[in-house]
Write a protein that binds this ligand. Structure first.
Ligand code: VGL
Ligand code: ZN
Length: 208
């Protein structure tokens, strides 16, 4: 069994979107989002390998409610299917798109790769592996395979969107998939957060 205290050479810590806009006071806040940062840093010190994703949208991105003159948290149908419309967040180069200060000082210093996603103006990307059209790859799967990693250990924000989609894709791609529950938080903990945990457990992810 996987022991999170003793990660091996083929295990990689995948830190999803530890950004200021997803923390309390940010543009798309995740309740208690800031509370995962210290634990993520502690994990990154134990892992031999860490990669981080960064939500990184151009202004006027198709996932922004403002782009469509719609209300934040409403949904719309885009060319690739249903899309939740978010408040403007993680705009490229803005303060809110930066990593949380604790991450900047520690996990981000150790990270071997930073994957930016959501940079195509007309496609959103929740998953670290595929954009929301479910076909455009970010390149992460190829990177991890080429480096010989076998197990992805997920932490970060938000459990019900980017962490869930990333972990589900990791399972589908054949990686052993672990979620460290204490190092993630959901945008909606009681509804979509619980659904995410149930779906990941049912899909074969190990929750620790
Ligand atoms: C995320 C919604 C929009 C996330 C990113 O990191 O979970 N959620 N963009
Ligand atoms: Zn986003």
């Amino acid at each position: 069994m996987f022991d999170v205290e003793k990660p091996g050479e083929r295990d990689v810590l995948v830190v999803i979107d530890p950004q200021i806009d997803f923390c309390p006071g940010g543009a798309l806040e995740v309740p208690e989002g800031d509370q995962v940062m210290a634990l993520i840093n502690a994990l990154a010190e134990r892992f031999r390998h860490t990669v981080i994703t960064q939500d990184w949208h151009p202004r006027g991105h198709t996932s922004f409610a403002s782009t469509h003159g719609a209300a934040p948290f409403s949904t719309t149908t885009l060319t690739y299917g249903e899309q939740v419309l978010w408040p403007d967040h993680c705009v490229q180069g803005t303060a809110g798109a930066k990593f949380h200060p604790l991450i900047r000082e520690s996990a981000a210093v150790r990270a071997e790769l930073i994957v930016r996603k959501g940079h195509h103006a007309k496609v959103d990307s929740y998953s670290a592996f595929f954009e929301n059209d479910r076909t455009t790859p970010t390149g992460l799967a190829g990177y991890l395979r080429e480096r010989g990693f076998e197990r992805c250990v997920f932490v970060g924000l938000a459990l019900d969107y980017c962490v869930r989609y990333s972990a589900e894709d990791a399972l589908a791609l054949g990686f052993s998939t672990v979620l460290v529950r204490a190092a993630t938080r959901a945008i909606d903990p009681t509804r979509t957060g619980e659904e995410a945990l149930a779906a990941l457990a049912a899909g074969g992810a190990v929750l620790v």
